[in-house]
Design a protein around this ligand. Sequence first.
Ligand code: G
Ligand code: G
Ligand code: NA
Length: 253
Amino acid sequence: LELETALHKAIERNELVLYYQPKVEAQTGRLVGVEALMRWRRGETLVPPNEFIPMAEETGLIVPLSEWALREAARQAREWQLGFGFSESIAVNMPSRMFLRHDLVELIHASVSPYGIPHRMLLLEITESSLMKDLQSILPTLRRLNEVGVQISVDDFGTGYSSLQYLTELPISELKIDRSFVNKLGREPKASEVIHLIISLAQALNLRVVAEGVETSAQMNLLRSLQCRLMQGYLIGRPMPGPDLPAWLRAHA
Ligand code: G
Ligand code: G
Ligand code: NA
């Protein structure tokens, strides 16, 4: 309960921060977007999301946290846009609870418009398991988001029992291969077969595919040979504070 009260106050006390992890094109290394990942600055410590997101989901605090993340990501995108012409996508993690709201499209509009960020630049990540669990209720919101140009990415793909029937009909843009598969690449023969299957599925459905959790160049090379187009992971870049992105870009070019 103490943690809950503290988190409640964290927003107004400016204790939340977003870190950003680059997502790049596998063949060229070119930046195609970033994913916003939340951190909580509590005194001297930077609390990782797995220590407060589950509690926030249980208590409903995830709603104000997600609203804050949308605004803050838009603000940061604007700062990068003015600073160095950033025009790539910015991904924000969204719990299914947010997609169950009828006013999500309006909320997004209110979050990005003050900063002049086009809806096209915004990508919302939803985990495969929460998407499939609440699909019927979420679908109308997904369609409205799609109409205004907001893109949807299915996170932790391969762990959540997607209905292939539904997948063909969903207004989504991207699948993110769960990092557990990437982690097993080169060690377990089946991992590369599963990844190959997800990539083929994505191609058939005309979706982008991203490998998450790429940590070694051996994994990167295997993923390239499997025709994986986009990658994210510690090898490419760790999640970093927004102001560090220009330096990462210079070092990475
Ligand atoms: O950043 P880190 O690797 O510690 O993230 C751990 C988990 O927390 C990931 O599954 C990530 O999706 C989730 N997470 C990180 N930031 C956010 C956020 O802003 N909102 C939500 N809902 N989940 C987040
Ligand atoms: O997709 P999801 O939101 O669950 O993933 C984001 C989480 O993965 C964050 O906690 C982030 O810090 C973490 N992460 C990002 N890249 C890597 C990586 O290369 N290896 C590992 N183990 N975790 C990573
Ligand atoms: Na994510």
